[in-house]
Unconditional design. Structure first.
Length: 120
């Protein structure tokens, strides 16, 4: 049986947009995100706030191709783009003056590829 990819139409459209951006920007970052989001739900990444705090710098743009969970403490403000957030994670990021975005919002802002860091 062959893989069919996600059945969620919103997620399918996001993956398609990421692949288009990858080819127009000639960057593998968007393609890698699309590949990670195509994986089955049980294999998608879940990243805790503590890991984001450990591997990021203040005001850095972090991309998580999965869900951000609220376990741990975030010591500095970061901009986090993810497929989804738990309520606790969203509160903790906003409490330290950080920002939460969806991957669609990040893609529409067209950030510099060199400013992105994928964690997960």
């Amino acid at each position: 049986m062959s893989r069919t990819g996600p059945t969620n139409p919103v997620l399918r459209e996001l993956i398609q947009n990421l692949r288009k951006e990858s080819s127009t920007a000639k960057s593998g970052v968007w393609k890698r995100l699309a590949d990670d989001l195509e994986k089955p739900t049980r294999r998608r990444r879940a990243v805790n706030i503590s890991r984001i705090g450990r591997y990021s710098k203040p005001n850095e743009v972090i991309v998580v191709p999965g869900k951000v969970l609220g376990s741990g403490v975030l010591p500095h403000a970061v901009i986090v783009a993810a497929l989804s957030f738990s309520e606790g994670a969203r509160e903790q990021i906003e409490n330290v003056k950080g920002k939460t975005l969806t991957i669609e919002e990040l893609l529409s802002k067209k950030p510099k590829i060199s400013e992105l860091r994928i964690i997960g």
